[in-house]
Design a binder for this molecule. Sequence first.
Ligand SMILES: Nc1ncnc2c1ncn2[C@@H]1O[C@H](COP(=O)(O)OP(=O)(O)OP(=O)(O)O)[C@@H](O)[C@H]1O
Ligand SMILES: NC(=O)c1ccc[n+]([C@@H]2O[C@H](COP(=O)(O)O)[C@@H](O)[C@H]2O)c1
Length: 294
Amino acid sequence: MKKTTLGVLYREKAVPLCEMQNQKVTEVVLLACGSFNPITNMHLRMFELARDHLQDTGQYNVVKGIISPVGDAYKKKGLIEASHRLEMARLATANSDWIKVDDWESLQPEWMETAKVVRHHYEELHAEDHNKDDVDTVKHGKKRRIEENHSESSRHQKRKDGPQLMLLCGADVLESFAVPNLWKQEDIAEIVGFYGLVCITRSGSDPYKFIQQSDELWTHHKNIHVVHEWITNEISATHVRRALRRGHSVRYLLPENVIDYIREQRLYSAESERKNADIVLAPLQRYTSASSSS
Ligand SMILES: Nc1ncnc2c1ncn2[C@@H]1O[C@H](COP(=O)(O)OP(=O)(O)OP(=O)(O)O)[C@@H](O)[C@H]1O
Ligand SMILES: NC(=O)c1ccc[n+]([C@@H]2O[C@H](COP(=O)(O)O)[C@@H](O)[C@H]2O)c1
């Protein structure tokens, strides 16, 4: 510390705000679920935007990003095989030192509700702690039940030490929370209440208003981080597939190696776009029939 002529004390070196305020910096892992059909530059930008936003608060350090392509059972119109979508995502992230692709969701025979995917990754993330707990439990001769399947229990748990897992999505996904029967209310409560959500604005959406008008989301608004994308970029996978079907250039919308892969594998034709075309609102139907039968 130094004294100026005005008698004001100042530090010689810039000190992060969180350190000055004795705040704890929480490590964060970002998880993005979606079709990635195909992965676009905007999907990758989402991660960069979210990381900058969280780190600018001085409260978070983003240590990893996970891309989780949805499985084939999602049966969305024009959804090509998960193996291709995974490979494209791997190629797109080959140069990133923090964004990784995970195939667990895509390998599930059934469509996985997003809350289940988040739970799975949360468990994976804290698996090391579990193993350590196991050793400690044996060491101290105490019997402590460590649940393997947290399908129902996660939301009742206290958040564990270690990185916080947050779901990363565009504002369209947040707004889809209001589509009747598309999301279970308890899943929404668990995602925003227990884990946390980072939402990137998209043109035509108003996430602030949406959160303000929902009692459930408002209750957890401190766990919802809205990232305003100033450099608006409306790349959408649907538009990219349309351009590809028409033989138009998609250069600078997708990473070059992904474009090469699409060309080599002859992906995205009129025929691939007709896939699942007869299944209207696949997840909605599947979800309502699944919940009515349970
Ligand atoms: N331009 C964008 N701005 C903000 N978020 C985006 C953008 N494009 C995609 N996302 C987000 O990326 C995630 C995965 O996207 P997904 O592949 O499911 O949708 P999409 O690119 O909008 O594709 P489609 O056009 O086929 O619906 C979602 O959370 C979606 O909201
Ligand atoms: N109830 C749910 O958990 C639920 C409902 C709709 C979509 N989703 C997920 O949202 C993501 C984006 O879906 P779309 O590609 O249809 O926009 C997908 O990963 C999908 O699995 C989850």
